[in-house]
Design a protein. Structure first.
Length: 223
């Protein structure tokens, strides 16, 4: 979906106001981090909700994502005053945790499998665009987007073009993107998020998320 269409939808739904290009005259040394993750049922997991013998049962990534966020220990791993927010995407993008102190981004804030049960779609581009809208509301001088997903969008062909445009927009807005790719057994083999983040790493088990997140935080804090 093009950004114009996304912003029109957000306004119609009472969501974020239309985004205008950042002016880059921030007066704060604050770091702002937007966590953007795939929130469809299969990727997040439903093993707590489906019977053990159900063919629809999938372990998913949520439990390890919660663990990764809690182990990050933001109070110690990022500078004091760092801001955080969480955006989820499935068939639409939603602000799950609004901009606030980074300590509001906790494992508990990500919810449980029930929150994602029945959710379909993977509109990653919309999730990234909404994160940009929210980051533009801050006066932070350093802005980061960390994307967790299977590396794909519901419409990969259209998304490739959109991601190329977003790469330019992110650079203009001085927003640094990172991405961690985790594939479920139903994920497409493509990794189009690499159009935006060429060095995005694919992990073979969600259990390595805590280590990968810690490395990203270390990198973005020393930039």
């Amino acid at each position: 979906m093009h950004r114009v269409a996304l912003l029109s939808l957000l306004v119609a739904c009472g969501g974020a106001t239309p985004r205008t290009p950042a002016t880059n005259h921030s007066t704060s040394d604050t770091l702002a981090i937007a966590f953007v993750y795939n929130a469809q049922e299969i990727w997040m997991g439903n093993d707590d909700l489906e019977a053990e013998d159900s063919p629809a049962r999938h372990m998913g990534v949520l439990k390890d994502l919660v663990l990764a966020v809690d182990r990050a220990d933001f109070a110690r791993s990022v500078p004091s005053g760092t801001l955080g927010l969480v955006v989820t995407y499935n068939d639409k993008a939603v602000v799950r945790v609004p901009v606030g102190a980074i300590t509001t981004v906790t494992g508990a804030a990500l919810g449980t499998q029930k929150d994602y049960y029945g959710k379909m779609g993977s509109d990653m581009v919309n999730g990234i665009e909404l994160a940009m809208v929210e980051l533009d509301k801050t006066a932070a001088s350093k802005k980061v987007i960390i994307i967790f997903g299977d590396g794909n969008d519901t419409n990969n062909d259209a998304a490739k073009t959109e991601l190329a445009k977003l790469k330019t927009d992110l650079a203009a807005d001085q927003i640094t993107p990172y991405a961690i790719i985790y594939k479920t057994d139903l994920s497409d083999a493509a990794n189009i998020v690499k159009v935006l983040v060429p060095d995005a790493e694919t992990i073979n088990t969600s259990g390595t998320l805590p280590v990968k997140l810690a490395r990203i935080l270390h990198d973005c804090c020393r930039r």
